[in-house]
Design a protein around this ligand. Structure first.
Ligand SMILES: *Cc1c(COP(=O)(O)O)cnc(C)c1O
Length: 406
């Protein structure tokens, strides 16, 4: 037995953690499936899924097994050597998608950083140094490194850190004419989220992604899909691009891929990936055996017709009940998103008050998310049981009712 831990409480956060976050008042200590327990033993229902990360819920036996087995074998070996879990995971990702090759990293931001650098390198090699512009959508989110905040169209994340990365153009999302007006021979890549996640669970329109593909082909630009949030079964397909039948040249994956273990992956066609030759990019931890062993287990569970169909069925169960709650209490009338990435769009009278819904839900022992100030987001385990959906939404209804009454 290890020595007992020093007791800690939420107030320690305010003293010793850099204040980039303002976490909830309770501290979760244990989870199982879609239930979480806090320090006081209170049991909560988790519809937040660690922000679309805990794809198999908490403490899934297959993930514990994969992690423990690998933990007893090899944790880290560096990229001076390759390793079996990385090779197996890459092979499975390649077999399951458009991609021919995979670059592993540790987060969504890193996966995007690699994607943007790869696009610029490819364009420089193939077309010359003038082709470096990247077009992205307003209100997009691609991570918190300087390159990724520069690419994402949200000044609140990118301003105040000195000069940004140059050569980025932002266009309104779902506006094909605006994209057509912005794209040129100097464009090396267009990057889009198939569903804008952080800014409100806003799905791309079919014609928009089809048009983006056509424009990219016309101008020799690469199409990058950021599927960090939408990937790995979250929307009821292994990757959301599969719903559209629009294939990117590069795709980024992270969040749900590790089911809670940090991992990022940049998927690309061979034609593009070849331009990351030895020494052009790298990562110390990317592709480490522990992360890859866990992600392989996640993929094995998620990428089955039963689990993916289950995600689509659970969406309908959520949507029906959410719409009736929204109607009954007048907080929201629109429920959007796909699979288990769901946004309840607050009505005009409740605009800007998603934070209050979060707090009210917490009082009812329920974990939900915001996606901006106007949208309540749910991103539960892909395996959430019907009983947990029903109990979670019963608590959600009580939370909404308490707000409507106040
Ligand atoms: C969360 C997210 C990221 C950033 O991922 P990190 O792991 O936090 O770096 C990038 N893109 C999208 C679409 C995301 O939702």
């Amino acid at each position: 037995m290890s020595a007992p831990h020093t007791p800690v409480s939420r107030s320690d956060f305010d003293q010793v953690i850099v204040p980039t976050f303002a976490p909830a008042s309770f501290i979760p200590v244990r989870g199982e499936g879609s239930r979480v327990w806090d320090q006081t033993g209170r049991e909560l229902i988790d519809l937040s899924g660690g922000i679309a990360v805990n794809s198999l819920g908490h403490a899934h036996p297959k993930l514990i097994e994969a992690l423990s087995e690998q933990a007893g074998k090899l944790w880290h070996i560096s990229n001076i050597f390759t390793n079996e879990p990385a090779l197996r995971l890459a092979r499975k990702l390649v077999d399951a998608t458009f991609a021919d090759r995979v670059f592993f990293s540790n987060s969504g931001a890193e996966a995007n950083e690699a994607a943007f650098k790869l696009a610029r390198r490819y364009a420089r090699d193939v077309y010359g140094p003038e082709k470096f512009e990247i077009i992205s959508a307003l209100n997009s989110f691609h991570g918190r490194t300087l390159f990724t905040v520069s690419v994402a169209g949200q000044p609140k994340y990118s301003d105040g850190f000195g000069p940004k990365i140059e050569g980025i153009t932002h266009v309104p999302f779902n506006d094909l004419a605006a994209l057509e007006g912005a794209i040129s021979e100097k464009t090396c890549a267009v990057v889009l989220e198939p569903i804008q996640g952080e800014s409100g669970i806003l799905p791309a329109e079919q014609a928009y992604l089809e048009g983006a593909r056509r424009l990219c082909d016309q101008y020799g630009a690469l199409l990058i899909f950021d599927e960090v949030q939408t990937g790995v079964g979250r929307t009821g397909a292994l990757y959301d691009y599969m719903h559209y039948g629009v294939t990117p040249d590069i795709l980024t994956s992270a969040k749900g891929l590790g089911g809670g273990f940090p991992i990022g992956a940049t998927l690309a066609t061979d034609k593009v990936a070849r331009h990351f030759s030895v020494g052009t990019h790298g990562s110390t931890f990317g592709g480490n055996p522990l992360a890859c062993a866990v992600a392989e287990a996640v993929l094995d569970v998620v990428n089955t017709p039963q689990v993916l169909a289950g995600v689509r069925e659970k969406h309908e169960r959520f949507k029906a009940r959410l719409l009736s709650i929204g109607q009954c209490y007048g907080l929201f009338s629109q429920v959007r998103g796909r699979g288990l990435l769901i946004g309840c769009v607050l009505d005009a009278a409740w605009k800007g008050r998603a934070g209050e819904v979060f707090t009210a839900a917490e009082r009812e022992a329920l974990m939900v998310l915001q996606a901006g100030p106007d949208v309540v987001r749910l991103a539960p385990s892909l395996l959430i049981e019907d009983a947990d959906i029903d109990e979670g939404l019963a608590r959600f209804e009580r939370a909404v009712a308490s707000l409507a009454k106040a």
